[in-house]
Design a binder for this molecule. Structure first.
Ligand code: SF4
Length: 396
């Protein structure tokens, strides 16, 4: 039983197709991609360009912007041009919040991926007296969606660009609500309707998202979606997110609860942490989630004990100083431990250890080997010297 895949220490990702988004690839063969969205109005060309650049410089790998009108779609052309002229190309995604194809067709020429929301493909005014749709009506609506979607799909196919089928729990189409209710199954059926249409049009550059503002709902929807797609032979990558997660600690924890749980199950090829804060603040959270799950390593991994009555120095302060001195050394694991009572194994096999030895003295470890003892006041400098001796130091 111990060899059951559930007990592995490395996450095995669900095998997916690779989908190109500009210069990046999204899918299980590639690192999980970090993305976010600017909150500037796309018509504010200068502001939006600066917002994209800020996000990209913060480590955001794909940037989304909203395109609610044809004027916005045309502004994206200018934004893209400005980025290419004065900065560098950044993979861009346009959020098209309507079912009018004119806007989508315009903006698709200027971005690398178009995101549509199947819930917004409603052709007739909702009738409050209706309680159900017949199978024939659903089929007829499917046909109308296909006719509407076809020019966009053809354009994306021709230009080798991607489509995100982005279902939101809060905006399911009426026909889905009637048949499946406000449920994860309704979300899955909504996405599958569009996947089948794209399949009939022989288009497969697809990424799927199933966002909800409640983590248990999004967990169920993504799990069900992955199961259903794989069962039907559609191995499309998933974009993960808990929508409207809020701000502060709880927003981060809520997003992490949803995203990390799915990542641990092997689901998810790109992520967004949606915070009600400056979008740049989402990026370190994304990278921290990926690093904590062992999926990407983009910063020093600090292993530190919580401190207790045995602690031989001010652990919080020393950890802070060690972090300030070494945070730029990507790829290292550094342990800061208040004492060695439980042995070097407690340091989780860190590359280096800074460990309380006796009051006023600390030990420096390289892996599990104690290298030297120094007075506490010289500890951080001695740690840096050791990293330099090993040729693993770079200047900040
Ligand atoms: Fe306490 Fe030592 Fe454990 Fe830190 S490593 S929590 S100081 S026993």
């Amino acid at each position: 039983w111990a060899s059951d895949p559930r007990f592995e220490t490395v996450i095995r990702r669900r095998p997916t197709r690779s989908v190109r988004v500009g210069a990046l690839w999204v899918g299980s063969e590639h690192p999980v991609v970090v993305q976010s969205m600017i909150n500037e109005d796309t018509l504010d060309i200068e502001g939006a360009t600066a917002g994209i650049r800020r996000l990209h410089e913060a480590g955001c790998e794909i940037v989304r912007l909203t395109v609610p009108s044809l004027a916005h779609a045309k502004a994206v052309k200018e934004i893209r041009q400005r980025l290419e002229d004065s900065y560098q190309p950044v993979p861009l995604v346009a959020d098209v919040h309507h079912n009018g194809m004119k806007i989508a067709l315009e903006v698709a020429q200027h971005v690398d991926k178009v995101r549509i929301n199947p819930g917004l493909y409603v052709f007739d005014k909702p009738d409050p007296n209706r309680t159900e749709f017949t199978a024939e009506e659903v089929a007829a609506i499917g046909q109308r969606i296909q006719t509407t979607l076809e020019p966009l799909v053809s354009l994306l196919k021709e230009q080798d660009k991607a489509l995100r089928i982005g279902v939101n729990h809060g905006s399911l189409a009426e026909r889905m609500l009637f048949t499946y209710g406000d449920t994860p199954l309704g979300m899955v059926e909504s996405a599958m309707e569009f996947i089948h249409i794209c399949d009939r049009l022989d288009f497969h550059n697809i990424v799927v998202s199933m966002k909800a503002s409640r983590a248990p709902v999004m967990l169920a929807a993504y799990r069900m979606m992955a199961f259903r797609m794989d069962a039907e032979g559609f191995h499309y990558p998933l974009h993960l997110g808990v929508t409207e997660a809020g701000d502060g600690d709880y927003g981060r924890i809520k997003s992490t609860a949803g995203i990390a749980t799915l990542l641990a199950e092997g689901l998810g090829d790109t992520i967004r942490v949606s915070l009600t804060e400056a979008p740049e603040k989402e990026i370190p959270v994304c990278y921290a989630i990926l690093q904590a799950m062992g999926l990407r390593k983009t910063m020093v991994e600090y292993v530190a004990c919580p401190s207790c009555g045995r602690t031989l120095f001010n652990l919080e302060e020393v950890l802070h100083v060690v972090r300030n001195a070494t945070a730029h050394l990507t790829g290292l694991d550094i342990a800061v431990m208040g004492c060695i009572v439980n042995g070097p194994g407690e340091m989780a096999d860190a590359d280096y250890g800074y460990v309380g030895k006796t009051p006023g003295t600390i030990s420096l470890y390289r892996g599990r080997e104690e290298i030297r003892r120094v007075p506490e006041a010289e500890g951080v400098e001695a740690l840096i010297a050791l990293i330099k001796e090993d040729g693993r130091w770079v200047d900040p």
